[in-house]
Design a protein around this ligand. Structure first.
Ligand code: IVH
Length: 667
């Protein structure tokens, strides 16, 4: 096999393994073997630019070049479906079909209604030509670059598939597991959470960076095929064929010959959908025969041959008794509705977040209102509306947002462009002070396992601790007093606190809870500045030159270090023996000492984040902008053209990923 044949072989093999993993959920090789084949392919592709193919599996990692979405017209409009909410409406649909077909036998294909966003994929000569969002149904956005990163979507099809152009439509979704991971990460960075997987999928697909999309774990189910020459008369069989061609088609489609059969499908999935890995919001019913579909036709908006049955949103109606305001660790004030307890899909609901002032206004809430509560994403209860009819004329006090902090009385502020109100008294407001300590001890921060949030609250309320530095002054007798029986557990707590002194500079930095300094930023800062004194003295410009640090983070850091109380806190932590520098062991070599390196493009062996860390471990600095001082650019694939030009102009060397790794190995 020559190298060209090897490239073609590897591409095919890698796509086969993507299929086994992401469509069939049955991988047949280890991740490690997969990665090895991928590295080999990337190496060969680099040596043979003439074999360049933008549908190569090596391109599935995406790129961080900004995408401009072009608008594209659909060959046939992407209609939406009429909705039904009751068995009666479903029966009415069924009888309309019976009538429309003049008594001719027909079958209904019953499917899950996936809750994501519609997509149209066009294939020609067995290759993905284009992927377009539904848009307004007539024209949508060309999102091909982003869709290529979704590994369950085939890029090239097998020999057995005809060369004809065809279109296949389906739904892009974010599985629950990816959704939960994404929201966890966003929560840690204090970014607004996505309300449900649909919003998360749609936000992700519209991202301008396909590298971001590649990391978000999107998936796709296909549910309709168009194309004169490739489709037969049965929709169900067309989908079986699509499945054989490598598309991900739901295994939960069933044909029903009777209305009872349709109801049985609905009843089954109303309960079972809770066990699916993706969100569904109903059932789709389609006449199976394409000839019959054509005879029944469509209205301007939706086909007459198909309908959606929406599962009843789990909703309850109850009385709004009061609204209280909670102050979080960051000072963000959240309004909370307190309601008369009500049963909602298996749990008793009595509280719901109202999020912010705008939402209270939109709902036009009054105390005593009867409100509708639903579970968003099946988990968190939300107030979705007010039963206006039950509001009597005489009463009621409209709910208004407070202007002062309910905990410390400080005047609240609302920052430009943000929906939330904040209490700015971060040094004196009790829940903020308590919250800071709870954050400090948490697993991702100092990881003081022997202490929990309740214990911290208890110590705070008892006046044993006022801030994080006080933790290191705690004595066994403070904790257990004269009660000798509690000595053992008190000792355990003190030991845990003692151990945390060695947690590491990056953890301390994250644990301090400086606004916008998340885990990743803390690690970057720790490896770049190496100790807290150097970081504290860094100017705004110096902070901004660190890759991954923008104006918002830099200003927040400067503001934090400028406050005397914060500097005193650091002194006290240091005096207690909390390590706030990088130890010598955390350094691998001095190979890159004194070098300023710019990372650009996308990489295959390690992520950008990893490269940053590698550079820093070898005593180099990773910086964001190219200048005369830059030692070299570590360039992955698709390095931005402006960066390329600048590097050339300034004579800054450009080093490839593999050369860079060799450079370090020589050591
Ligand atoms: S068929 C003309 N099948 O629901 C028929 N749609 O409210 C076109 N959807 O825009 C759609 N699951 O994005 C079909 N199994 C399924 C579906 C499905 C989800 C979405 C689709 C459509 C929307 C209609």
């Amino acid at each position: 096999m020559n190298e060209k044949e090897r490239v073609l072989f590897l591409r095919k093999e890698l796509e086969r393994h993507n299929y086994n993993y992401y469509v069939k959920n049955r991988p047949v090789i280890s991740d490690r073997d997969f990665d090895e084949m991928m590295s080999e392919l990337i190496g060969l592709e680099a040596r043979h630019p003439e074999l360049e193919d933008d549908l190569s599996p090596s391109k599935r990692v995406g790129s961080d070049l900004s995408i401009e979405f072009k608008q594209v017209e659909h060959a046939a409009p992407m209609l939406s479906l009429g909705n039904t909410y009751s068995r009666e409406e479903v029966a009415a649909f069924y009888h309309r079909i019976e009538e429309g077909l003049g008594g001719e036998p027909f079958r209904i294909c019953c499917e899950l209604k996936f809750d994501g966003l519609g997509i149209s994929l066009i294939y020609e000569k067995k290759r993905l030509l284009r992927a377009v969002t539904r848009g307004d149904g007539v024209r949508g956005d060309d999102v091909t670059e982003n869709v290529k990163t979704i590994r369950s979507i085939p890029l090239c099809l097998d020999e057995s598939v005809p060369d004809d152009r065809f279109e296949i439509r389906g739904e892009i979704l974010m599985p629950w597991i990816s959704f939960e991971r994404l929201n966890r990460e966003r929560e840690a960075r204090e970014e607004p959470l996505f309300a449900n997987p649909r919003n998360a999928a749609s936000g992700t697909l519209k991202s301008k960076s396909s590298a971001v999309v590649a990391g978000r774990g999107l998936d796709a189910y296909l549910y309709y095929m168009l194309g004169e020459r490739v489709t037969g008369d049965s929709h169900f069989e067309n989908m079986q064929k699509a499945s054989e061609w490598g598309f991900k088609v739901s295994g939960e489609m069933k044909r029903a010959d009777t209305l009872e059969g349709v109801f049985a499908f609905i009843d089954y999935w109303d309960l079972q959908r809770k066990n699916l890995p993706v969100a569904t919001d109903g059932i789709v019913l389609k006449v199976d025969s394409i000839i019959q579909q054509r005879r029944l036709g469509s209205t301007a908006k939706s086909p007459r041959w198909a309908i959606a049955y929406k599962f009843p949103a789990e909703r309850a109606c109850t009385e709004l008794q009061s609204v209280t305001f909670q102050v979080g660790r960051t000072g963000a004030v959240t309004p909370v509705a307190n309601m008369k307890p009500v049963q909602l899909s298996g749990t008793v609901v009595k509280r719901a977040s109202l999020h912010n002032e705008d939402i209270i206004r939109q709902l036009d809430l009054h105390i005593g209102d009867m409100v509708y509560v639903e579970k968003a994403g099946e988990i968190i209860p939300q107030i979705v509306g007010v039963n206006r009819e039950s509001r009597s004329e005489t009463l009621r006090e409209a709910v208004t947002f407070i202007s002062r902090c309910p905990e410390c009385g400080e005047k609240l502020v609302r920052y430009e462009g943000e929906a939330a109100h904040y209490c700015p008294n971060d040094m004196g407001c009790p829940p903020q002070k308590k919250g800071k300590i709870v954050h400090f001890i948490s697993r991702e921060a100092m990881n003081i396992e022997s202490l929990g949030p309740e214990t911290v609250e208890d110590y705070f309320d008892r006046g044993l601790i006022h801030d994080v530095a006080d933790l290191y002054q705690l004595k066994i007798t403070d904790i257990c007093g004269a009660d000798r029986t509690r000595e053992k557990s008190a000792r355990k707590i003190i030991d845990g606190i003692e151990r945390s002194k060695q947690a590491g500079f990056d953890r301390v930095l994250f644990a301090l809870g400086i606004r916008f300094v998340g885990k990743v930023v803390a690690r970057t800062l720790a490896t770049y500045f190496r100790d807290v004194e150097t970081l504290g003295k860094a100017s705004l410009e110096e902070l901004l030159s660190v890759d991954g640090v923008g104006a918002v983070i830099a200003q927040s850091l400067r503001g934090w270090f400028e406050k005397k109380t914060n500097r005193d806190l650091l002194e006290r932590l240091k005096a207690s023996g909390v390590r706030m520098n990088l130890s010598e062991e955390e350094k691998v070599s001095d190979r890159l000492a004194g070098k300023s390196i710019v990372i650009s493009g996308t990489f295959t062996r390690h992520s950008r984040e990893d490269y940053k860390e590698i550079i820093e471990k070898h005593s180099g600095k990773s910086v964001s902008g190219i200048s005369g001082k830059t030692s070299f650019v570590l360039a992955g694939e698709n390095m931005g053209p402006s960066k390329l030009e600048k590097a050339r102009k300034l004579g800054v060397p450009i080093i490839s990923e593999s050369d860079f790794l060799h450079l370090l190995e020589e050591e």
